[in-house]
Design a protein around this ligand. Structure first.
Ligand SMILES: [Zn+2]
Length: 190
């Protein structure tokens, strides 16, 4: 009887060939281009839609990533109220995932934004609300640098799916290798 090699032997690791549906990749590419052009509100609308689609498919981590990106894009586009709404949604999603720390940098940015726009009282209320939901302090300073040194060379977006990447939000496998939170592919620091 002929011996056959197990099929698994010829398979590449799952993370190396993530399945990002072409329309999703196209949408992420378009959103990236819009951000580069400074059209943050149009980009935010795309991330919003992708967040809803991911959550509807029970892809909680990817959904959170898109909600965070929608919030950031609205903030960059100076749409404070929209950003605030997404930040709250992201906090709830992160709490359900058991990953509240993922929202802390955005929460800090949001507090700073409100402070800088003369809404100190609202900023204080929002900070208290976030600390309650996230179960951790939301300070004023920039995000703590906990990612490895290679984080500085992490591509701005995932080569496989074009989702934006942030050193403090990816899972680091090693100093030079991180996992894209949206599609799960391994991203090499450049
Ligand atoms: Zn990806």
């Amino acid at each position: 009887m002929r011996r056959r090699f197990p099929r698994a032997r010829f398979r590449r690791p799952q993370q190396l060939r993530p399945s990002v549906p072409p329309p999703v990749r196209r949408a992420l590419t378009r959103a990236q281009r819009l951000r580069e052009q400074g059209d943050f509100l149009a980009a935010a609308a795309i991330y919003d839609r992708l967040a809803q689609e991911a959550l509807a498919r029970d892809r909680q981590r990817a959904g959170l990533q898109m909600t965070l990106e929608a919030a950031r894009s609205y903030l960059r586009g100076a749409a404070g109220d929209e950003a605030l709404k997404r930040a709250r949604q992201a906090a709830e999603q992160a709490r359900e995932l058991g990953r509240p720390a993922l929202v802390a940098p955005l929460a800090r940015w949001m507090v700073r934004y409100l402070d800088e726009h003369g809404e100190a009282e609202r900023a204080a209320r929002f900070r208290a609300e976030m600390e309650d939901v996230l179960g951790q302090r939301v300070g004023r300073g920039p995000a703590a640098e906990s990612a490895p040194a290679a984080a500085r060379r992490l591509p701005a977006s995932c080569p496989a799916c074009r989702a934006p990447l942030y050193p403090e939000e990816v899972t680091w496998l090693a100093a030079e290798r991180a996992i894209c939170p949206f599609c799960g592919s391994v991203v090499l620091a450049e």
